[in-house]
Write a protein that binds this ligand. Structure first.
Ligand SMILES: [Zn+2]
Length: 127
């Protein structure tokens, strides 16, 4: 696995290909960023920042576990820039394990600094 961080759009969090100095995925996102800065709307820019973190988290989980369940080292996710403080929701199993999700990808912290990555399943939806 490569150790480089995933470069993402500063507005929407889409993974960026190509030039390392690129900061936005599209002219739309660039314009949106400029508009927000001008308005200095703290709440809106916070939403964007958190969305960006969540999207980045999701893409890191997706790359680490493209199919079904995968166990990896916590350190590996941290190296990719994963932020364990941000997730969209949680799911608690009958055994009492709490999975934290970033949209459709979730993780469970295991012993010995390991992480189990799972995909969202329909039975996890609130009843
Ligand atoms: Zn973008």
């Amino acid at each position: 696995m490569e150790k480089q961080q995933t470069a993402v759009c500063q507005v929407c969090g889409t993974a960026l290909a190509g030039r390392v100095d690129k900061r936005f995925c599209s002219d739309q996102c660039r314009a949106q960023r400029h508009n927000l800065k001008r308005k200095a709307d703290v709440g809106e820019s916070m939403i964007l920042d958190i969305n960006r973190i969540l999207r980045k988290n999701r893409s890191i989980l997706k790359v680490a576990s493209p199919l079904g369940k995968t166990t990896t080292r916590k350190e590996y996710l941290v190296m990719q820039g994963f932020d364990f403080n941000h997730f969209t929701h949680q799911y608690k199993t009958q055994k009492g394990n709490t999975y934290s999700f970033c949209y459709d990808f979730g993780y469970l912290l295991l012993a010995e600094e390991k992480v189990l990555i799972v995909n969202w399943q329909s039975y996890m939806a609130p009843k």
